[in-house]
Design a protein around this ligand. Structure first.
Ligand code: ATP
Ligand code: MG
Length: 283
């Protein structure tokens, strides 16, 4: 049976469990057992600290796992990257005290940088010919400059709020991360089939996320214009209405373009527009 490693608690836990739930896979998260059997798919769920997931998957303790690309790269474990999952987005950046006059990467030479990601930082320094001192610390990296432990930090940033609160300024964005589904390199054949099934479910969910199903009434004469407004998508579905002058147009639109398209469709006479959430797209 496939064994998946998920972060026990923290930023990736909820979204990992939500993704599995959308794929029809549930687990009782109430009792904090290390391992539980999932419902809806032949799978066991192993709850770990995110730092331990790359190694657990590389060793085959878990067959697959969900973890941030930052941890995969930092740990340098040999795992197969199966699917980026579109959540847990963040970057790892160099930040300096606000008052510092940062002149570019050469400013970093000879400085002390505090981080929980020494390997990614070392690679960045090597690529940019920088020689600086790396101070590895496990947590609360953002307070290191204020307490005199370092001149700058290399840490995870998402909104940037934590940096501002600590009087820091982001100066180099080095590494971009999101949550990824990974697998152990030599997954046995019979587990491969289950992984393919899981991948199929996850792909159909990820495809539908960020998409809306839109229906509207449209004057027949406006159909050609509507098709021009909706380029790049497969031809929209047209259904007749009892009134021969009107039809019903159905189309899937990415959320990012939704309101712009709706405004344009209204301008050419679309009425009674319904916007629905999409649950799955099976291609
Ligand atoms: P654990 O106890 O499992 O070791 P943790 O404290 O190391 O947890 P979290 O803060 O829960 O880790 O973050 C887990 C992952 O979430 C990070 O490794 C990163 O991939 C992602 N992430 C996304 N946004 C952020 C953010 N703003 N700060 C930290 N991590 C983030
Ligand atoms: Mg961790």
């Amino acid at each position: 049976m496939l064994k998946i490693a998920i972060q026990a608690k923290g930023r990736l836990n909820e979204q990992s469990m939500d993704l599995l739930a959308d794929a029809g896979i549930s687990a009782s998260s109430g009792n904090r057992k290390l391992i539980t059997k999932a419902k809806g798919f032949p799978m066991e769920i192993l709850y770990l600290r995110d730092d331990d997931i790359p190694q657990a998957v590389a060793m085959g303790v878990a067959d697959i796992g969900i973890v941030g690309m930052n941890e995969i790269t930092e740990k340098g474990e040999k795992v197969e990257e199966i699917l980026p999952l579109g959540f847990g987005a963040c970057r790892i950046s160099i930040a300096v005290p606000r008052e510092v006059e940062y002149t570019g990467t050469e400013w970093l030479n000879g400085r002390r940088i505090a981080t929980s990601y020494p390997n990614i930082l070392r690679t960045f320094f090597a690529e940019n010919g920088i020689s600086a001192e790396i101070h590895e610390i496990a947590g609360s990296v953002e307070i290191a400059p204020a307490v005199g432990m370092s001149d700058a930090i290399f840490d995870i940033v998402s909104s940037g709020g934590t940096l501002i609160q600590n009087g820091l300024r982001e100066v180099e964005q080095v590494f971009f991360s999101e949550a990824v589904l990974i697998a152990t390199p030599d997954l046995p054949e019979e587990k491969r089939a289950d992984l393919d099934k899981l991948k199929f479910r996850l792909n159909s969910i990820l495809d539908s996320r960020g998409m809306k199903y839109v229906l509207m009434n449209l004057p027949r004469t406006a159909v050609d214009q509507a098709v021009k407004i909706l380029p790049g998508m497969k031809s929209p579905t047209l259904l007749p209405l009892t009134d021969p002058e009107w039809c019903s147009l159905h189309v899937v639109i990415p959320e990012s373009e939704l309101w712009e398209k709706i405004e344009q469709l209204k301008e050419i006479g679309a009425e009674d527009i319904l916007i629905l959430n999409l649950e799955n797209i099976i291609r």
